[in-house]
Design a protein around this ligand. Structure first.
Ligand code: AMP
Length: 556
């Protein structure tokens, strides 16, 4: 019989992370640019205390373990308190992307059965509009103080966050429970159909926070000043609210203003050393810094991910500004970190051009993530840097099912030696892996578009076009864009007859008004005689993407 380990069995709970921060880095600062316009300063100890007050407040409101608490909020200290106050007490923190179309937000809040909804002042008009559709939400909580509460609101029983917190004494003991309990939930529309929820556990979140902080991952240290530009509603800001607490460093939360000027000023005034965000954000920052002849006095390192980092951006940051770029790949279903590109001692011996080439790839898997490339039958392909295949992953912070979906998204994989390698999560990305384990995304098999780090569902955009009485068939494809990385282009086949002949780019685009968020509307329309199809009748997007690769979008 196997000999069992004789170590203490302490569950990996999110409350242990914030307790560690409060105990060991209690006076380290958390700085927030707030929606109210001020720059707010607090500490890890104060965040932990207020998270306890929040936990008491939620219990007083009648929320029970497992209940979901929705948030519509920017990166700020109240959002951070909510992360810990909800998960720490056994509630489930449900961060919602406020950039989605209102109907989608309502759908997501209802699907998750949110019992409470906490939101920043800037989202008050949005929530007033949505409230009648949110039948399961019992408590609407405005994340502000009494002075900023509206004199009146159509939201029934609207509550003030600061009032709720201040009414409690904070004498609360974080409960202990199974580490596999759900801690948070995040929806992704990076697949077809309705958005789906990835449910993280305390165990997966704590393990991910450890992994993300490692020196060859994000290398978070107590000496750093970390500013996550990536929103806290995007896969928990890539885990940074946890990793920063785990190492106990200063955290700077930028609020709603993510333009180049606002970010630069905050980087300088708070002496930020490390940041993380999607390429579009860095483009804005670099344009501002370049146009004004500025330099960074403290910024040393940044993680760029969510979309491929353009090689020119990598070079500018490294060569002109001395900022180390860590290109990373991951997804909502992976908490999100999968791979990061950092060089080891062997690669550092290579000529500089080859080093740069490796840094442009999506990088090596961190411990906790197994990856493979497989053919359409699920058979593993060689790691030769040339053979592209479907990228699959597995690990303790990778989902094995979606919230409320009984069917498994996993696929069976066979090793190169023909042996059964078990069940893996198919990422929908197509990649090649070289002999040293550097992975490079070469294509995407999922039918979506990623603009400025946000998904646009091709199906949604196509369905609207297909509802137009003069459109016979429509396909939407991603075309490269200098600012947004990708933008949608609509390819249209007119219906025969007068109505079809009268269709114009403007009339087609006008049809989207009020039917979809403005930023999801295609940038351009091209008319073709026919759309290529496979033998089974599926649109051949690959061929279309190839055909319109060089299409010049207005303003692109
Ligand atoms: P999300 O779930 O919104 O985080 O999106 C995950 C998807 O974004 C991945 O499956 C990729 O398609 C894409 N993605 C993320 N990071 C990168 C990257 N560094 N390069 C290329 N695509 C990326």
């Amino acid at each position: 019989m196997a000999l069992m380990g004789q170590m203490m069995s302490m569950p990996l709970l999110i409350s242990s992370v914030i307790q560690h921060a409060a105990r060991h880095s209690g006076d380290t600062e958390i700085v927030s640019k707030r929606v109210e316009g001020d720059l707010h300063r607090t500490t890890w100890a104060a965040v932990e205390f207020r998270a306890r007050q929040l936990a008491q407040a939620f219990a007083r409101l009648g929320l029970a373990p497992g209940d979901r608490v929705g948030t519509l909020a920017w990166n700020g200290h109240r959002h951070l308190e909510l992360y810990y106050g909800t998960s720490g007490s056994g509630l489930v923190c449900h961060t919602i992307n406020p950039r989605l179309f209102p109907e989608q937000i309502a759908w997501i809040a209802n699907d998750a059965a949110d019992r409470a909804l906490c939101f920043d002042l800037s989202f008050l008009p949005l929530v007033e509009k949505l409230a009648p559709q949110l039948g399961q939400v019992r408590h609407f909580i405005l994340m502000t103080d009494r002075a900023h509460m509206p004199a009146e609101s159509s939201i029934p029983g609207l509550r003030c966050y600061e009032d709720l917190v201040e009414a409690e004494d904070g004498r609360y003991v974080w409960p202990e429970f199974d580490e596999n309990t759900a801690s948070s939930i995040c929806y992704t529309s990076g697949t077809t159909g309705h958005p789906k929820g990835a449910v993280y556990s305390h165990r997966s979140s704590v393990l991910h926070a450890y992994g993300a902080a490692l020196p060859d991952a994000m290398a978070c240290s107590r000496r750093d000043v970390i500013l996550p530009v990536v929103p806290m509603f995007h896969v928990n800001a890539w885990g940074l609210p946890y990793s920063t607490a785990l190492v106990g460093c200063k955290l700077v939360l930028p609020g709603p203003h993510l333009d180049g000027k606002s970010l630069y000023e905050l980087f300088e005034s708070e002496q930020v050393s490390f940041s993380a965000g999607v390429p579009t954000v860095w483009l804005g920052l670099l344009n501002y810094v370049g146009a004004n002849g500025l330099k960074f006095s403290s910024f040393k390192r940044t993680v760029i991910g969510g979309s491929a980092c353009p090689p020119a951006m990598l070079r500018t940051l490294m060569d002109d500004y001395g900022v180390e770029v860590i290109h990373a790949w991951g997804m909502t279903e992976m908490s999100p970190l999968g791979t990061l590109s950092r060089l080891g001692s062997q690669q550092l011996k290579l000529p500089q051009e080859q080093q740069r080439h490796l840094l442009e790839k999506q990088g090596k898997a961190i411990y906790g993530v197994d990856m493979a490339v497989v053919d359409d039958a699920g058979k593993a392909l060689p790691w030769d840097g040339k053979t592209s295949g479907n990228l699959v992953v597995r690990g303790p912070w990778v989902i094995d099912s979606y919230f409320g979906h009984a069917d498994s998204p996993l696929i069976r994989v066979t090793g190169e030696d023909g042996r059964d390698a078990g069940l893996w999560f198919p990422t929908g990305d197509v990649a090649a892996i070289d002999a040293d384990g550097f992975m490079q995304i070469t294509d995407r098999s999922k039918d979506v578009i990623k603009s400025g780090g946000e998904w646009i569902s091709s199906i949604d955009v196509e369905n609207i076009a297909m509802a137009h009485p003069a459109i016979h068939e429509a396909a939407v494809i991603a075309v490269p864009h200098s600012k947004w990385d990708e933008r949608p282009l609509l390819v249209v086949v007119r219906k025969p007859g007068e109505a079809g002949a009268a269709l114009t780019r403007e009339s087609v685009l006008g049809f989207y008004e009020g039917r979809i968020a403005k930023w999801q509307v295609p940038d351009d329309v091209v008319f073709v005689d026919e759309i290529p199809h496979t033998a089974t009748g599926k649109m051949l997007k690959l061929k279309l993407r190839e055909q319109f690769k060089g299409h010049k979008l207005p303003g692109g």
